[in-house]
Design a protein. Sequence first.
Length: 247
Amino acid sequence: MGNNTFNHTFDVAYSEISGKGTLKISGLANYFQSLAVAHSDAAGWSVEKLMDQHRGWILLHYQIKIKSLPKDNETVTAHTWAAGYRRAQADRDFSLCDADGNELAYASSRWVVMDTDRRRPAKLDPDFFNAYSIDGGRQVAEAEYKITVPEDAEEVSRDVFTVKRRDTDTNGHVNNAVYIDWAIDSIPDDLYDAGDPKELRITYKKECRRGDRVMDICRRSGNKIFSTFVDADDPEKIFCIVYSDWD
């Protein structure tokens, strides 16, 4: 972490933990997301200001590495910093530490500012990014965002459901952390009950909105799980791919 980090302390709430008694992975993503929003607000670009200008931050890629998940009522501190930008895209990194400063999880991510009317990347002045005090250091030195489903991966489940109001955010589409909950729901019981996640990679391809019918195709290769979320009425249309690796 460099000198331009933005930090916030959280107390893990009971509502944020899983049946294992530790913070849900989606809860970890929500901590990071809340911190990114707060950092943007402090830089002069609040959610409200972006909405007024018909703009919004959209997550493209995520790589999260987990050493240990905090427990109920544990105090943790999340850190974030802007790691670089090009055109309308920006890299943002995160770290989560316990009360003693031990790192529990870290992540690298890539975002884009979207024109919420045209649903396309927005044209931005370089000064827009300068407000975020670019640090340049990456948590994952060579962030591997690409997800390739191996040929030997076996399909273990296929589920169809409809996107609800609760799944969406201010950008009018399914929030990035919701895909993590969907993916965790399809992890085979033997793997989930006996193991812990050590890495997630997520690629967000197309927007998914309220009322869309989604098909979750879950495939497994050893301890690696690949959840592909597609349009149930047009399976060639991929919304998101979530990869998780379990101990």
